[in-house]
Design a protein. Structure first.
Lengths: 356, 85
């Protein structure tokens, strides 16, 4: 679908945005690390007219995974349990340490591409305990659900730290002091959950919402559609990413999540507790719940390095470049906080792609 | 292994489109423009060889609707040429 990458198309959309917005200020909020990547990588903020701004919300799942949960898997790694996790996670600092450090000290930490690989690891090593650290939003939660529903071996368990996006979007609307005019809804989360969960935004909050894909033309078209809703005075949920997102989403993936998980309140690193925003294994699967299986002793939790501004970056209040540590005490090679470690972290993206 | 390195580098959230090359029950072998890799297709119905799917952490999550993609492009070009905006 190379046409969606087309430069001329992107420029034409920006021209139309310029005309339609006619100098009026607009601010839109996205909640997806991959959107921040596309926006920064393709220079969309400089392409857009000055009166149109895009801010980055808490769309980086690794960044919002609580320090306490990281401390748990680090503890387990030091106790001889094999921790299987997605690549990004191993360098994220917990309260005192990281999985990478545990690995350097002899702990078993295995990077996997997906939860099925973690199950395979457990099957191949029946004498070893394997714990899969289940991070991610609705795009990865169905996969964790699927492997649990397929009865993994007894030496396998999972520490579920999945979070769900619409409550975080509600949180962003409620943050109050900084206002924005519409949501760019995530692309692949929406493949799973559909567009229906976003109805609350136009209906209860007069907040236009458009689901967007990840090519430059996708993001720009979604912004145009948002501006059009506002100038027409017609607030609704719209879908720019129709080639992959349907209103109902993926019913089988949703069913798997529903069977395996219940929705509970959850802590988001740097933000605090957001009601009904986390997934927890249902009681009937408690034999696979690492939280219950092990006696985990982690000591005092330190959420973030006191000089780290990740908690403000993830709600779009501070731009990475406004953090005193950015590029000086904090870089992808020597990170101070999760936003600089994760490839979907706003600081990491700004550092790698946003500096000229 | 080249394949392992390629996929380790991919960010968690980016789902790369791939062509269905062979179907084996719950799994399909997908062609990522040369590199072949298995994916679980339990979340999708009616998958055929030659379909394009997007995959996330080892599971196909959606079939690319090519007609819808072409329709979008057509519609956008119309909008940008001043009709219907």
């Amino acid at each position: 679908m190379t046409d969606f990458k087309d430069r001329l198309l992107a420029e034409k959309i920006v021209e139309t945005i310029d005309e339609l917005s006619s100098g009026r200020k607009f601010r839109f909020c996205h909640v997806c690390g991959t959107h921040e990547y596309s926006i920064t990588r393709y220079g969309l903020r400089s392409l857009l007219p000055e009166n149109v701004e895009v801010l980055a919300g808490p769309g980086c799942p690794v960044c919002i995974t609580p320090a306490e949960e990281l401390d748990k898997v680090i503890f387990l790694a030091n106790e001889g349990v094999t921790i299987s996790t997605f690549g990004d996670v191993i360098r994220v600092p917990g309260s005192r340490s990281s999985l990478a450090e545990a690995k350097a000290q002899g702990g078993q930490v295995q990077i996997v591409y997906g939860p099925q690989d973690a199950v395979e690891l457990a099957k191949k090593n029946p004498e070893t305990d394997v714990v899969f650290f289940a991070t991610g939003f609705e795009t990865t939660a169905p996969m964790t659900a699927s492997i649990i529903l397929n009865k993994p071996p007894k030496n396998f368990s999972t520490l579920v730290v999945h979070r769900i996006i619409p409550p975080a979007m509600e949180f962003m609307v409620g943050v109050g002091e900084h206002r924005f005019d519409g949501f760019i809804a995530p692309g692949h989360v929406s493949v799973i959950i559909g567009t229906e969960p976003y109805q609350i935004f136009p209906k209860a909050y007069q907040m236009p919402t458009v689901v967007a894909g990840f090519e430059p033309a996708d993001v720009l078209m979604a912004i145009l559609m948002l501006i059009k809703q506002i100038t027409d005075g017609d607030f609704k949920v719209d879908n720019e990413y129709t080639r992959l997102v349907t209103d109902g989403g993926n019913p089988r993936a949703q069913a798997a999540m529903e069977k395996a998980f219940e929705v509970v309140g959850g802590h988001w690193r740097g933000i605090g507790r957001i009601p009904d925003s986390a997934l927890k294994l249902r009681d009937e699967f408690s034999e696979y719940d690492a939280d219950l299986k092990y006696d985990i002793d982690i000591g005092e939790v330190r959420e973030l390095d006191p000089r780290c501004n990740c908690h403000l970056v993830i709600i779009g209040k501070v731009h990475p470049a406004e953090c005193a540590l950015f590029g000086k005490g904090c870089t992808p090679r020597g990170p101070r906080g999760p936003c600089m470690v994760s490839t979907e972290g706003t600081c990491h993206i700004a550092y790698r792609y946003g500096r000229t | 292994m080249f394949e392992a390195k390629l996929f380790e580098g991919l960010k968690m959230c980016v789902a790369v489109p791939a062509e269905v090359w062979k179907i084996e029950g719950s799994e399909a072998i997908l062609d990522y423009g040369g590199v072949k890799r298995k994916a679980n297709i339990d979340f999708l119905e009616d998958i055929k060889v030659g379909d394009y799917v997007i995959v996330h952490v080892g599971f196909a999550i959606q079939k690319l609707d090519k007609e819808e993609a072409l329709e979008s492009l057509k519609l956008w070009k119309q909008i940008l040429e001043g009709e219907g905006l």
